[in-house]
Ligand binder design. Structure first.
Ligand code: GLN
Length: 475
């Protein structure tokens, strides 16, 4: 349970001067300090945050309307370019990199009065599912400090679960918002591909990278989306908004809504504890009037393989810009440029980044391109067609967010394949580009379980409305 009231309450209290932006920022910084042992935070943007809070309070004092997030502190994953702190993406190669500009998502939130107070830990370059691939530290799960928070936005999810701020930002390339939200017991929204600008966010795999909020409630996540969504001339893949107001969630009656239970998500790899909670949630949806049908999307069984070909291919291309000359770490002992590239990269990149660069370069190389990259693209198209068909026969697809609950730190680290398997339920939404959300549902033990809902592209508003109702009946 978050100690923060809803974001709407915070902004109305700040706007009516019942509290101040400065109080909110100080409270957030204090909670961050109190929970330092969870290692959720890489750096603070304290000075800038306090200065912004004072400016906001001063504007309110003269009667100005500051915006829909006036005085709300938040935490950004450390792959967002934010003024006032380094942007490291939790990698050694970007250590010391100060962004010369700020990401569009942060700009938009700031324009509404929100205040970034800190940068959260992640798997380096967002490659991972546990934050154990961070070059700096492993974040601990707030529900059990011996376990991982999920990844790659593990610091962002743990921060919200620990009430360090009312919301945080994450990125989701193959599940990195939803998986940690599920492991930490908070709400994680991956919007439709292109709905939120990626400008100023360290690129992982550009054809699936998406930005979204992590919050305590669906309502709060919706308000954050509302303040970020829409076309941005700095990101050519952004799309027009399809809703006037994503946060104006109308109450929905589940009667008449068809929930498609995705058969492939209930196979043998799913833990009993997860299965039990999800079954229970589905029963509650049914009791509240929802129509439950079973759907099959056979290519889901191939989605993980497709993702782990296409993603490293894009990663190997995106990481080529870190050559030790333009950003962050640069080897000073090299005798020529070639050696400088090699030495800067071999020291600056961790094992997982190197693994992905090698796999990516391999699947793109001549002689293997047709067998791997091109075939994976064909299966991706098949997957998109199957999802579209399934979403014609029902309104919302339902399943667990992950096959397991938070696992022990170290449990999967020596086995990359076991780690990749954790993403089996999240990667499809990225490959297809549809919006998906993870919401906490009743768990039968002390660790959280996330329920995943997915809808057609550009139905983000409907997804949020349904999720809000499901949150009411199944949490
Ligand atoms: N766990 C997935 C991976 O390692 C997803 C990462 C992400 O969404 N950033 O690729």
């Amino acid at each position: 349970m978050s100690i923060w009231p809803s974001i709407k309450t915070i902004t109305s209290d700040v706007a009516s001067r019942k509290s101040s932006a400065r109080d909110m920022v100080e409270k957030s910084l204090q909670i961050i300090e109190e929970h330092g042992e969870f290692k959720a935070i890489i750096s603070l943007t304290k000075e800038r945050a306090l200065k912004r809070a004072e400016e906001i309070d001063a504007r309110i004092a003269v009667g100005e309307n500051v915006g829909r997030l006036a005085g709300v502190p938040f935490i950004a994953k450390d792959n967002f370019l934010v003024f006032g702190a380094e942007t490291t993406a939790a990698s050694n190669i970007l250590r010391g990199f100060n962004a010369p500009y700020q990401s569009s998502a942060i700009e938009r939130l700031e324009a509404e009065g929100a205040i970034c107070v800190a940068k959260a830990n992640l798997d380096a370059f967002a490659h991972g599912s546990s934050t154990e691939n961070s070059d700096y530290m492993t974040t601990k799960n707030p529900h059990d400090a011996e376990r991982v928070p999920g990844g790659s936005s593990g610091g962002s999810a743990a921060a919200v679960a620990l009430s360090m701020a009312p919301f945080s930002l994450g990125t989701d390339t193959g599940g990195s918002i939803r998986l940690p939200a599920s492991f930490c017991g908070v709400v994680g929204l991956k919007p439709t591909y292109g709905l939120v600008s990626r400008s100023g966010v360290v690129a992982m795999a550009s054809s699936t990278d998406v930005i979204g909020p992590i919050a305590s409630t669906v309502e709060d996540a919706a308000l954050v989306l509302e303040c970020m969504a829409g076309k941005d001339e700095l990101d050519g893949t952004t799309i027009e908004r399809d809703s006037q107001d994503y946060s104006d969630l109308k109450p929905v009656d589940l009667t008449g809504i068809k929930f498609g239970i995705v058969k492939e998500f209930f196979g043998s790899g799913v833990d009993e504890s997860v299965r039990g909670s999800i079954d229970q949630a589905v029963n509650q949806i049914k009791s509240a009037g929802g129509e439950i049908v079973e759907v099959s999307i056979p290519s889901i069984d191939l989605a993980l393989a497709v993702y782990y070909i296409l993603c490293p291919a894009e990663v190997s291309s995106n990481l080529s810009r870190y050559d030790g000359q333009r950003y962050g770490h640069s080897d000073r002992d090299a005798v020529n440029l070639e050696e400088s590239y090699a030495k800067s990269r071999s020291v600056g990149f961790g094992n997982e980044a190197k693994r992905r660069i090698m796999i990516g370069a391999y699947v793109l190389s001549s002689g293997y391109y047709d067998a791997y990259y091109q075939r994976a693209q064909l299966v991706r198209t098949k997957l998109i067609n199957e999802f579209n068909k399934a979403l014609e026969s029902c309104d919302v697809l339902v399943g667990p967010t992950a096959p397991v609950q938070a696992f022990k730190i170290g449990e999967n680290i020596a086995d990359p394949l076991a780690m990749y398997l954790i993403d089996i339920m999240t990667v499809s939404a990225n490959l297809v580009g549809i919006p998906a959300i993870s919401i906490p549902v009743k768990s039968n033990n002390s660790l959280p379980v996330g329920l995943q809902l997915m809808v057609q592209q550009k139905q983000d508003k409907m997804l949020l409305e349904v999720a809000k109702k499901v949150e009411e009946v199944a949490a």
